[in-house]
Design a protein around this ligand. Structure first.
Ligand code: SAM
Length: 249
């Protein structure tokens, strides 16, 4: 029987604690009992744990479930891949954020591209906390030992020009010759015994504007194709991460 997995908000070398909504859910819905076992993620590691104490909350006390960490267990960290995701229709984007977490993305950087719809760009900053909840739940569900970082939204140009040691790849629907597979083979070869640190950029529904394609090129990003068909942005994110996982994991 697979033990439930929780990602702790606070921890030290011997204990870990759930607070807030997670603690509420565990106490009220799952009726947690002292002595119950679970896997708890603390500090990027997963521990077989036992509930040591439960604080129900109320009378000004916050609900809290404290676990004793018994033993570290095998865990599945994410892949060293940052997704630079142009902001697009929130429901589709949130689906893509959840799938990207399941597929092992280490971080998501929401960017405002030229063809990002204005009202979405304006609303994005208010949506980030929801995106962070989505990755937290998806990381828990997919039994990851880490939770992807969701950055605050930035302008595409700021991210493209940022100095980075990563191998930076832009999914370009106009590209016909270079493939993602080819770019990954080069990155893996260059990284030697290490895992290559990758950054993959995905455009909005309207695609990249010509000046954005030129900016990527001027800043050393490698334009690659995912094949002859035009994919939705969310499909491109999944497809790219699946190709990366097939070569890195
Ligand atoms: N402007 C495109 C068109 O011709 O309709 C649509 C852009 S597509 C919906 C959104 C993003 O997904 C693209 O900017 C690109 O990053 C990625 N993408 C979609 N299909 C792709 C492909 N075949 N190769 C590489 N990237 C692709």
């Amino acid at each position: 029987m697979t033990r439930r997995r929780w990602i702790a908000e606070n921890w030290d070398e011997a204990t870990a604690t759930l607070v807030g909504a997670q603690a509420e859910h565990l106490i009220r819905v799952l009726r947690a009992q002292q002595g119950e076992e679970a896997d708890v993620v603390a500090g990027g590691k997963v521990f077989h744990s036992v509930i040591a104490s439960i604080t129900n909350g109320g009378q000004g006390e916050a609900p809290e479930v404290r676990f004793n960490l018994v033993a570290e267990v095998e865990s599945e960290p994410g892949m060293p891949v940052t997704l630079v995701m142009s902001i697009f229709k929130f429901d589709h984007m949130e689906w893509a954020i959840e799938k990207a977490t399941e597929l092992g993305a280490a971080a998501i950087v929401p960017v405002i591209a030229r063809r990002t719809e204005k009202h979405l760009a304006l609303a994005a900053t208010k949506r980030v906390e929801r995106w962070r909840r989505i990755v937290h739940e998806a990381a828990q569900q997919s039994r990851r030992s880490d939770v992807p970082m969701v950055h605050d939204p930035v302008k595409l140009a700021d991210r493209v020009k940022a100095d980075a040691k990563l191998k930076r790849i832009v999914l370009a629907e106009q590209e016909r010759s270079a493939t993602l597979r080819g770019a990954l083979e080069e990155a893996i070869a260059a990284a030697g015994a290490e895992m290559p640190d990758l950054e993959i950029a995905i455009g909005p529904e309207g695609g990249w504007a010509p000046d954005e394609e030129a900016l990527f090129d001027a800043n050393g990003w490698r334009a690659v194709s995912l094949g002859p068909r035009i994919l939705r942005a969310e499909t491109a994110a999944i497809a790219a991460l699946a190709v990366v996982a097939s070569m890195l994991e």
